[in-house]
Design a protein around this ligand. Structure first.
Ligand code: NAD
Ligand code: LMR
Length: 329
């Protein structure tokens, strides 16, 4: 018997990430090749944006995806989020050249207060929420705090793009297939302060750290390359990453729902105090996913270099939180 459709809300559905994301969801890449989906698509209440969304929906229709069991267009999160199982919160302003992601806080933070409240009012209590819109960690924090009736653990931020970027940098460095790398972590904020950490990583069972054996490359090349990759793409494309961001969103939610088979992935999740990160801070941590839940990889040794990096990215998150306090009272 076919499975009942799952309801997936996507915000910013007519934007550039939306244009890569929706077709993959409808193709079964997000929730499985046997899982029908209903897309509930949100755009701003603006004639041009709604018309563009209509065009994207015409294209979705023209693909005749067997798993696409329905789709609706919305300009109000209260209808877009009704009874949803999954929320991909993409809709927000992207940064341009010379900006940091936290410069977007004032423009984007209010979106996530309103959408958190709407999720609280109308989404399923089991809804899984992924925030992509920047600054993603703090926006996820705002949405979580605005939705007190949904478990905090259901709110996550996207660090998977950073994780995937780090995987490719290591595979290139070692001239080995990317799929052979395991146990990589990106700690902290989706910002240049993030800390990609390969101390525990293995490639085909061998220690990546031992194979590279170059602390200067780690500090002066690897960490800054991964941390500044978003800006490098904006510089090259004139626009922020879109297809790779959509791909990372698919990876994040797919793994959360369907599991990682024991493999580590990075998710931005609310801390419960692990690794000295204060409770509720949405921070990139290593997790394993199973049965629709993520579980943090705990007990890893944190050396002095790592502690400093982890605290640095934490301090930035605490500053961002302080900057949005007025929205959460
Ligand atoms: N976390 C990550 O790794 C990551 C990666 C890439 C991009 N991003 C971020 O994702 C966001 C979207 O990027 P994009 O390239 O698709 O931008 P875009 O400008 O192409 O599209 C954004 C869309 O969101 C819509 N929108 C704005 N406010 C909305 C609201 N309140 N409700 C619904 N829709 C709304 C806009 O009308 C627009 O169509 C940006 O904030 C960008 O910085 C995050
Ligand atoms: O860098 C950006 O502003 C977009 C995104 O967060 C990215 O990392 O590519």
């Amino acid at each position: 018997m076919p499975k009942a459709p799952m309801r997936v809300a996507v915000t910013g559905a007519a934007g550039q990430i939306g244009y890569s994301l929706l077709f993959r969801i409808a193709n079964g890449d997000l929730l499985g090749k046997d899982q029908p989906v209903i897309l509930q698509l949100l755009e701003i209440p603006d004639e041009k944006a709604q018309k563009a969304l209509g065009g994207v929906m015409m294209e979705l229709e023209d693909c005749a995806f067997p798993l696409l069991a329905g789709m609706t267009a919305h300009s109000d999160p209260m209808t877009a989020f009704k009874d949803i199982d999954v929320a991909l919160l993409v809709g927000a302003r992207p940064r341009g050249p010379g900006m940091e992601r936290k410069d977007l806080l004032s423009a984007n933070a209010q979106i996530f207060t309103a959408q958190g409240k709407a999720l609280n009012a109308v989404a399923k209590r089991t809804v899984k929420v992924l925030v992509v819109g920047n600054p993603a960690n703090t926006n996820a924090y705002i949405a979580m705090k605005s939705a007190p009736d949904i478990p905090a653990k259901n709110f996550t931020a996207m660090l998977r793009l950073d994780h995937n970027r780090a995987l490719s940098q290591l595979a290139n460095k070692l001239n080995k297939p990317v799929a052979e790398i395991e146990k990589l972590i990106v700690w902290g904020n989706h910002s240049p302060t993030m800390y990609p950490d390969y101390r525990f990583a293995t490639i085909n069972g061998q220690s990546v750290k031992e194979l590279i054996n170059d602390a200067d490359w780690n500090k002066d090349t690897f960490i800054p390359t991964v941390g500044k990759r978003g800006a490098a793409i904006i510089d090259a494309r004139g626009l922020s990453s879109a297809a790779s961001a959509a791909n990372a969103a698919i990876d994040h939610m797919h793994d959360w729902v369907l599991g990682t088979n024991g493999k580590w992935v990075t998710m931005g999740i609310p801390s419960k105090g692990e690794y000295g990160i204060p409770a509720e801070v949405i921070y990139g941590f290593p997790v394993i996913c199973e049965n629709g839940e993520y579980k943090m990889v705990e007990g890893l040794e944190i050396d002095a270099f790592s502690r400093e990096r982890m605290d640095h990215t934490l301090n930035e998150l605490l500053e961002e939180q302080a900057g949005v306090k007025h929205l959460l009272s």
